[in-house]
Unconditional design. Structure first.
Length: 412
């Protein structure tokens, strides 16, 4: 059963929360991060990406970069930019995008639940990306970026969240520069805390929706601290990692689309004939998203098409092989376009659904040749993959809105 506990958050003073909170560290390259912090000295990116404080010839992963992150963090605590709560609380975190509300609970999850697969994964992680965040967490003595977790909705938790939202004043309420609203309420009543903790304890499966590298790095840092402290008893903060947990009913997964650089030596006509071996092909009136599972929208030579995968392609397939992204890869990208490994092939690029169909057109009309708009993976499909102990293909899911870093910090 899941151990999801309240914690003493380090968090921004209410007056500056909107300026401190930043998008996750990994959505920026180095130059983008430098631009983001240039006009905002309070941006949490100065801590999450402290290489922004150095000339470009300083290695992103140099020891002095992590030391600078700690220096900035402790300085912002000392000057009151960050405050530290003196009670263990949960926090309700609501994000509002285009009028849609997504409401979760900020808390700390157990590294043992991660190791024992109570908290389930659906992606592999890369060692080099883990090492960066391990050094960051270890040097700061704090976790700064929450892991995005999901669970099957629980009425007890929903009722408490709804009541607090309707009755209590939020500790933060601001709209970020990208138009996303961020509202936070503190859950400090002992009865509510106990009820939430007990409700999570009755849940047998929790899922990483986004943030596999943040989770793996926090867990490995915790294991390192256990090794350094052989007398640990399990209550130490390094045994837990910062998370925001959302009920499945509140989540929307966006499409993660593909563009291919060429037609693998085929003419347009020859390519379409090959596609028709496994897909129905119908010319569309204009730019259009696929309307159901098994459909892919394709843009080629200034025209949109609807591809409908033949029914037999899904027959007797497991939770991964039956995903639309797998069907496209196994029956078109691989055999027709020759893109055998999308993780390493330079002839394919991935485009988050937040960019829209116009971006797919732009890419196919410029540096690529054909684009594919996917029907989004559904939350229950993600759960099924993780329950089966399988892994999603690369770039299968795109979550919006993104959780902001710097609103909750967990000292370990």
């Amino acid at each position: 059963m899941a151990k999801i506990k309240p914690f003493m958050a380090v968090r921004p003073d209410e007056k500056v929360a909107g300026r401190v909170a930043a998008l996750p560290y990994d959505v920026y390259n180095r130059q983008e991060a430098k631009e983001a912090v240039k006009d905002n000295p309070l941006s949490f990116l100065r801590i999450d990406r402290a290489e922004t404080q150095f000339p470009d010839n300083v290695d992103t992963y140099a020891p002095e970069v992590y030391a600078k992150a700690k220096e900035i963090f402790e300085g912002m605590v000392a000057d009151g930019t960050f405050i530290t709560d003196n009670d263990r609380c949960y926090y309700i975190y609501q994000l509002v995008m285009d009028g849609r509300k997504q409401t979760g609970i900020a808390a700390c999850a157990s590294i043992d639940d991660y190791l024992n697969n109570v908290i389930k994964k659906h992606e592999n992680t890369r060692e080099e990306k883990e090492q960066d965040r391990i050094r960051h967490i270890d040097t700061l003595g704090a976790q700064t970026g929450p892991v995005f977790l999901a669970y099957r909705s629980q009425k007890c938790i929903n009722n408490i969240v709804s009541r607090i939202i309707s009755e209590d004043r939020p500790v933060y309420s601001f709209t970020a520069e990208d138009g996303i609203g961020h509202i936070v309420w503190k859950v400090s009543d002992e009865c509510d805390i106990t009820a939430i903790q007990n409700a999570f304890a009755a849940i047998s499966d929790i899922y990483i929706a986004d943030g596999h590298h943040r989770a793996a790095s926090a867990v490995k840092t915790g294991l390192k601290r256990r090794k350094e402290n052989p007398g640990y008893d399990g209550t130490e903060e390094f045994n837990y990692f910062l998370s925001v947990l959302f009920p499945d009913e509140s989540l929307v997964i966006m499409d993660y689309n593909r563009s291919a650089r060429d037609l693998n030596g085929l003419s347009k006509e020859g390519f379409l004939e090959k596609v028709k071996e496994n897909f129905g092909v119908e010319e569309a009136a204009g730019a259009t998203h696929p309307s159901k599972k098994g459909q892919v929208s394709m843009y080629l030579d200034k025209k949109w098409y609807i591809l409908s995968a033949k029914e037999e392609l899904f027959k007797d397939k497991d939770a991964v092989a039956s995903l639309d992204v797998s069907i496209l890869q196994d029956y078109l990208l691989g055999p027709v376009l020759g893109i055998k490994d999308p993780r390493t092939d330079s002839r394919i690029d991935f485009i988050g659904g937040i960019r829209g169909l116009k971006e797919l057109e732009r890419r196919a009309d410029s540096d690529m040749e054909v684009s594919f708009a996917m029907y989004p993976v559904q939350v229950q499909e993600l759960f099924a993959v993780a329950d089966a102990g399988l892994l999603m293909p690369p770039k299968s899911t795109w979550f919006e809105p993104k959780l902001r870093s710097g609103l909750f910090i967990h000292r370990i």
